[in-house]
Design a binder for this molecule. Structure first.
Ligand SMILES: [Fe+2]
Length: 242
C-alpha cells in the first residue's frame, strides 16, 4: 500500500472545497443522452465488469468503463458541463475519467482517491440516471472523513492500519440515531462499520440533480433495504489536475 507524499497531500488540500450539490443541473435531453451512452457502453463486453465476477448470477452489479470514441465524447460533454463549476477561472488543466455504475446492492465505505502516488486528485461527482422504484429514496452519503489514496473501509474501528490513513476520524461522537436510521440498516455489523464516521452531505438521488465533492472524501451508499430501493444507475466521474 502506498500513500502520497506529505507535500502532495498539502497541495491536494489547497484545492479542496465544500461539497457542492447542484439541483436540476442536467436537462431531460442530457439525461437521455447519458442513458443512451450507458447502453452503448454495456453492450461492449470489453468495457463491462461485474462486481461478483460471475456472469451467471442475475443480481450482479455492473460497471461500464467506456473506451475509445465513446469515452472521449462523454468526457468532452462532462468537461463542458462541469468546468464552469470546478474550474471557473479556467486556469486548471483537468483530466476526467468516467464509469457507469448499475447497482442492486449498496456500495460500502470507500474513497476514489487514485492509485497513482503522484496523482494530483481533484473533484468527483455522481449523476443519477435511474432510481427504481422511482418513489423510493436512495442516497450517496459523503462523509466528513478523508483519505488520500483509494481504499475501502469495511471496519475502521478494528483496522489500526487504515485508521492511520484517515483524517478527522472520531470514535467518540456517534452518528445521531435519527440520521442513521434514514440511511442505514439497523444491524450490529453496519453500526460497527459506521463507527468513527460522520455525515458531510447526504445526496438524495433525483434524476437531473448532481453533486460534486473532493476525491479525498470518504463516501458510501445508503443501504437499499433501509429505503426500499431495488436498483440504481449512475454516471460517476473523477478528475485530476495535470
Ligand atoms: Fe465512490
Amino acid at each position: 500500500m502506498y500513500t502520497k507524499s506529505k507535500e502532495l497531500i498539502k497541495k491536494i488540500r489547497s484545492y479542496e472545497s465544500k461539497t457542492k450539490p447542484l439541483p436540476q443541473f442536467f436537462s431531460k435531453a442530457e439525461i437521455k443522452k447519458m442513458l443512451v451512452w450507458s447502453e452503448a457502453c454495456f453492450r461492449n463486453q470489453g468495457d463491462t465488469s461485474f462486481r461478483l465476477q460471475d456472469l451467471k448470477v442475475k443480481d450482479n452489479d455492473r460497471t461500464g468503463s467506456p473506451s475509445g470514441s465513446l469515452k472521449s465524447e462523454i468526457c468532452h460533454f462532462l468537461s463542458q458541463k462541469m468546468d464552469p463549476v470546478i474550474n471557473s477561472k479556467g486556469d486548471l488543466k483537468l483530466e476526467y475519467s468516467v464509469a457507469f455504475h448499475g447497482n442492486k446492492k449498496a456500495y460500502g465505505i470507500h474513497t476514489d482517491s487514485g492509485y497513482d502516488p503522484e496523482e494530483l486528485i481533484y473533484k468527483q461527482g455522481i449523476i443519477p440516471l435511474v432510481n427504481e422504484p422511482e418513489d423510493k429514496n436512495t442516497h450517496t452519503i459523503i462523509l466528513n472523513q478523508k483519505c488520500y489514496h483509494s481504499s475501502s473501509f469495511p471496519n475502521i474501528s478494528k483496522d489500526k492500519k487504515a485508521q492511520k490513513d484517515v483524517f478527522d476520524l472520531d470514535f467518540k461522537t456517534e452518528i445521531c440515531p435519527t440520521t442513521y436510521a434514514k440511511y442505514w440498516k439497523n444491524t450490529k455489523i453496519r453500526k460497527e462499520q459506521m463507527k468513527g464516521f460522520s455525515v458531510d452531505y447526504p445526496f438524495e438521488w433525483k434524476v437531473g440533480d448532481t453533486v460534486v465533492w473532493d476525491r479525498s472524501r470518504i463516501h458510501c451508499s445508503s443501504d437499499f433495504e433501509a429505503t426500499g430501493i431495488k436498483f440504481k444507475l449512475g454516471l460517476m466521474w473523477i478528475s485530476k489536475i495535470l
